[in-house]
Design a protein around this ligand. Structure first.
Ligand code: GKR
Ligand code: MG
Length: 447
């Protein structure tokens, strides 16, 4: 038919890495985090790769998609991805049948699976055309480096658990040590920020809230602002504050923070989109979200309500190309482009770098990345670098990365050895508070 390379094999590799005891509304990060690599080979002998969050249902979906990918023509990437989306629609209609061979469709997992495949196809296409993936996204490459923020967490004392949290390396870089040590108050978080700024040059910080009482988290933001008066500092309580609390804390922070992220959510019969719209009107503070505008339909409602300013379109939630379309929409409609993250390896870091590099316009807020917590665990020959507060676009065609297969196999073996493979932040938290369980409206330490 055409001269297109053909996808020969799709390997789906669940992998695991190590994490610190980071706190959030969902509890404490496990000592392990899991991801999926999708590794494609084509008839030209090239290898393309994509990464996504890991869940058993995502793995099942990827297996289900294998026949659509293997044997497909690389240059017909649009048609291939469209087929996956068509299968999503078909699936939702049949989700209530008794066919146990069809996994129940979960839109989030569908997007995770599709995002990893799409990234791997884009990587191959870029290599075929000798162009970086950023050039393949509709706006083309706009910049060579993307501002990223220092994502700060309160850290629980790993010594209170019997879990396999790693210790830092004494005597080396302060960040590589401190990221494993307890940091439960403003002073501890400021020390973390100093170490992260020294290593990565950050000028933007985000505190993961939803852990302590709101007063304590505002105090931590104030301490960060006092230590870094020129920095942009914000907090994300993951909608654990009530609307009243969000307005109260928001008024204390107004004028000193660039935006608040998901300060409140659904309550008393009102949706998160409605309460965020009220929050914005009451405080004038721009709102970022990764909780209530994660697909086109949610985004449409959020924008109709004037609920948000910064949709944090994560390429793993949207796919790289859809997240880029959100960035175009932000540019054209006067919104700000941003990007959410979870713990990830360096393949995702490269995906985020290309997405940010192609985002049009200059209303770009520093992108999230959890990479600083995983730095040193790279699966590629040369991980993309964060320097001077910017994530640098890797050089070379495609995603610009080459897998280190020895490391990939080791991360796969680690995954296979884990008893609990899906994310469950309640486990670690139960070492801190007996019988702890998740409550979307209560910061994790308040039980
Ligand atoms: O890593 C975490 O604990 C975060 O809470 C993550 O799970 C969230 O998805 C995210 O970073 C957020 O911005 O809400
Ligand atoms: Mg968030």
């Amino acid at each position: 038919m055409s001269d297109s390379p053909v996808i020969k094999t799709m390997r789906v590799v669940p992998i695991a890495g190590y994490d610190s005891m980071l706190l959030n509304i969902g509890g404490a990060h496990n000592c392990y985090f899991t991801r999926i690599l999708v590794i494609l080979t084509d008839s030209a002998g090239r290898t393309g790769v994509g990464e996504s969050p890991c869940h058993a249902s995502t793995l099942a979906l990827l297996e289900r998609f294998r026949p659509q990918i293997e044997g497909s023509e690389l240059l017909r990437l649009n048609a291939t991805i469209a087929t996956l989306f068509a299968s999503d629609a078909r699936h939702q209609q049949t989700a209530h049948t008794d066919d146990i061979h069809i996994p129940q469709m979960n839109p989030e997992k569908f997007y995770n699976a599709t995002a990893a495949i799409e990234a791997a196809l884009l990587d191959l296409l870029g290599q075929h055309l000798n162009l970086p993936v950023a050039e393949l996204l509709a706006s083309g490459k706009q910049r060579d480096r993307v501002p990223v923020l220092g994502y700060l967490f309160y850290i629980a004392d790993r010594n209170l658990t019997s879990m396999n949290y790693q210790a830092g390396h004494a005597g080396g870089d302060a960040w590589l040590q401190l990221r494993h040590e307890k940091a439960m108050d403003a002073e501890g978080v400021v020390r973390l920020a100093e170490a992260a700024a020294d290593r990565y040059g950050f000028r933007d910080f985000k505190l993961k809230g939803g852990v302590h009482h709101g007063e304590v988290e505002v105090e931590t933001v104030n301490a960060l602002l006092a230590r870094f008066p020129q920095a942009r500092v914000t907090v994300d309580p993951n909608a654990s504050w009530s609307l009243d609390e969000a307005i109260y804390y928001g008024k204390q922070l107004a004028g000193r923070i660039p935006y608040l992220e998901d300060p409140c959510g659904a309550e008393h019969g009102y949706s998160g989109r409605e309460t965020l719209a009220e929050f914005r009107r009451a405080t004038g503070i721009p709102v970022a979200t990764n909780m209530i505008a994660n697909d086109w339909r949610q985004l449409q409602h959020a924008l109709q309500l004037n609920a948000i300013d910064i949709p944090l379109a994560d390429p793993h939630f949207w796919t790289m190309r859809n997240a880029h379309t959100v960035a175009q929409l932000c540019h054209e409609w006067g919104l700000t482009t941003g990007c959410h993250s979870n713990n990830h390896f360096d393949v995702s870091l490269a995906m985020v770098a290309h997405l940010g590099a192609a985002a049009p316009g200059d209303r770009l807020t520093a992108f999230d990345t959890h990479w600083i917590w995983q730095d040193g665990q790279q699966l590629t020959q040369h991980a993309p670098q964060i320097r001077d507060g910017y994530l640098e676009l890797p050089e070379g065609p495609g995603l610009g990365i080459t897998l280190n297969m020895e490391r990939v196999e080791a991360a796969h073996a680690l995954y296979n050895s884990l008893p609990d493979k899906n994310r469950n932040d309640a486990l670690g938290m139960q070492f801190l508070i007996d019988n702890w369980s998740f409550n979307a409206k209560r910061p994790a330490m308040l039980r």
